[in-house]
Design a protein around this ligand. Sequence first.
Ligand SMILES: NC(=O)c1ccc[n+]([C@@H]2O[C@H](COP(=O)([O-])OP(=O)(O)OC[C@H]3O[C@@H](n4cnc5c(N)ncnc54)[C@H](O)[C@@H]3O)[C@@H](O)[C@H]2O)c1
Ligand SMILES: N[C@H](CO)Cc1c[nH]c[nH+]1
Ligand SMILES: [Zn+2]
Length: 429
Amino acid sequence: MKIYQEPEKEQWEALLKRPTLDLSEIYGRVQPVLEQVRDRGDEALKAFGLQFDGVELDSLAVSAEEFVEAEALVEEELKDAIQLAAANIEKFHAAQARPVMAVETMPGVNCWRKSVAIEKVGLYIPGGTAPLFSTVLMLGIPAKIAGCGEIVLCTPPNKEGKVHPAILFTAQLLGIDQVIKAGGAQAIAAMAFGTESVPQVYKIFGPGNQYVTAAKQLVGQITNVTIDMPAGPSEVLVYADEAANPAFVAADLLSQAEHGVDSQVVLVTNKMAVVEAVQEQVTLQLETLPRAEIAKEALKHSLAIVMEEEAQALELINTYGPEHLILQSQNEDAMAEKVINAGSVFIGAYTPESAGDYASGTNHTLPTNGYAKNYSGVSLDSYLKQITFQKITENGIKNIGPAIEKMAASEELNGHENAVTLRLKHLKS
Ligand SMILES: NC(=O)c1ccc[n+]([C@@H]2O[C@H](COP(=O)([O-])OP(=O)(O)OC[C@H]3O[C@@H](n4cnc5c(N)ncnc54)[C@H](O)[C@@H]3O)[C@@H](O)[C@H]2O)c1
Ligand SMILES: N[C@H](CO)Cc1c[nH]c[nH+]1
Ligand SMILES: [Zn+2]
């Protein structure tokens, strides 16, 4: 971890840069993959499966037998944990539903707004270095609550051409039966363009590595498909003061560093002594982690920043806009109120980020790379469109008509004016 003490504001931008590849470089790698899948469909998906995942596939879709096989392979204790998490995530996301909003803007002029589910959605479940079955819950539950008609799920297979049993168990639990063995940029292209095995969707959801994220951003630009947000390599910023438990802080930093070599973890504190204590704990705890090599790589481009003034620290946090922000300080609740850029905030010593990653109820699909400044994480709203409706009575058109006629005539749009004038004349006759 690189250590900085009271860095000047002019340094912040360079200091807080994410360790991801330059977008134009990534786009250059991803674009040919998108084009191949668009032009050659399943054939290209299989070829990229061989090239990137080292697996030769006869069929891309997971079969009914594979679902049955998977169910038997998941231990009961894990099934119970998945069900507990599912119940909390369901509760939190169901509470986000909003009733139809209806307003009579003036007598006889009735307007209302209703949420309608996006018909066809594609969910990407990462599986490169860890099979993230928890992401099936995070993406599948709100899609089901919203009422999306068609749900397709893509995830990379392992070397034996199988999808991890817990991913299949979770998909089945939610009633998602279209699961495709495809990962990376090629999976995103398949859902954007459609192939023989993969239906084309209207919106693509889900986190992933830099290739997945760049592919989502690119298809969002070159097709009509929209995306949830850029949800790339995981990151966490922990603000800890001298009262925080260094072991907890180190564990929280490592929990995100272990995601990938391009993850970034940042410690901000008011005292140098906290940096030292946390570093000691990081070294100790790293020894116990099977993914220590990945975490060590991530730590090479991670930072510890000492900022004595809390207000300055908050400004730096909001400038960084972390995917996850953990606050462990004597003033944590007041600090939380001042956060304006973060994907999800975890307050207090007993609120590890792992809780939100798995089971507390909030969504773990969150904006990275500073996109917390302009995007929210996945929620029920992500799967809904809002359609407005209106119905005007005879009395209503008499009330509102003259204003519309005047405005239309003034914009020199006499066809618009006439659509009202005709009706008003009809009512007079
Ligand atoms: N922001 C969020 O909400 C969030 C949530 C969960 C996970 N994540 C992130 O998701 C990522 C998961 O990454 P992962 O790699 O384990 O799985 P992944 O499923 O995202 O990516 C694996 C795929 O990447 C492709 N790929 C690998 N190397 C490539 C190369 N050199 N060129 C082109 N394509 C290549 C392969 O096709 C492979 O199937 C991690 O970075 C993790 O931090 C983010
Ligand atoms: N921390 C990840 C989001 O950046 C989500 C996740 C899934 N499993 C474990 N963690
Ligand atoms: Zn995580």
